[in-house]
Design a protein around this ligand. Sequence first.
Ligand SMILES: Nc1ncnc2c1ncn2[C@@H]1O[C@H](COP(=O)(O)OP(=O)(O)OP(=O)(O)O)[C@@H](O)[C@H]1O
Ligand SMILES: [Mg+2]
Length: 279
Amino acid sequence: MWKFRFMVTESKTESTFGGPAQPLISVSGVRHSFGGLLALDNVSFDVQPGCIKAVIGPNGAGKTTLFNIISGLIKPDEGQITFRGKPITGLPPHRIGKLGLSRTFQNLSLFENMTVLENVMVGAHRRSRSGILAAVLHFPRQRREERETREIALRHLEDVGLEDRADLPVGVLSFGQRRLVELARALASDPEVILLDEPASGLNTWETINLGKVITQIRDRGVTMLLVEHDMSLVMDISDHIVVLNFGEHVAEDVPEAIRSNKNVITIYLGGDFDSASD
Ligand SMILES: Nc1ncnc2c1ncn2[C@@H]1O[C@H](COP(=O)(O)OP(=O)(O)OP(=O)(O)O)[C@@H](O)[C@H]1O
Ligand SMILES: [Mg+2]
């Protein structure tokens, strides 16, 4: 079942006892090299629960590497990631997924020979007790779980506005719709946080505006969003907080209005024209 979680925005991070709220994710001193190339150099920042936090920076800044480290695909050379205060550095991706962290990929990773609904059901199966293999065996409990999984998947297709495409092969959808299917699949695992790697890449203007609305609605239900994105108008419109990377270094972190006028950030983005800095 979709759980409605309390929304705690970045501006409301004081706990009921007056102290700062515990970050949902904490990235601390993360360093990682590929051979001789330093992809991330001592990067630290926190993600507060219930916010949209964007990670921006030019191509090769280390954004996807950072996502791969947070989600367990890469073990960093140095540094720590905590999730709800507990260290998760080096845990395998499926363990991190079970803790409540889900993600989408820069390059779409859908099952082309399956329907839209089946693709989303894969996400929901990650939290079922039986798993996909047991479902294939069709024991009564598995049949019941299968039915529930379909209902969950349909509900999340509704969240992204694609319920009327449920039974179509995913391959016939537009690129923008396929990105929404990936988002619905991430939602179906009932995550506390979703990492979105360039969700607007390849989308037209209308699709991007729609995506922004969908991401904001999901945040408003209390799911924290960590967003890597090159589309600066989308980032500025929907983010609560932004961290900027450049050549693997953390160069700035602030609310969108402050990032927009940050001199270092303006220099990094095309030597001054920040608003046209969309890829
Ligand atoms: N598997 C790898 N092997 C070697 N080098 C890599 C690998 N993955 C990333 N890199 C390098 O690490 C650096 C950071 O890459 P990364 O993909 O994290 O950047 P990014 O900020 O996501 O860029 P983009 O905006 O283009 O997606 C780049 O110089 C890249 O070439
Ligand atoms: Mg990337």
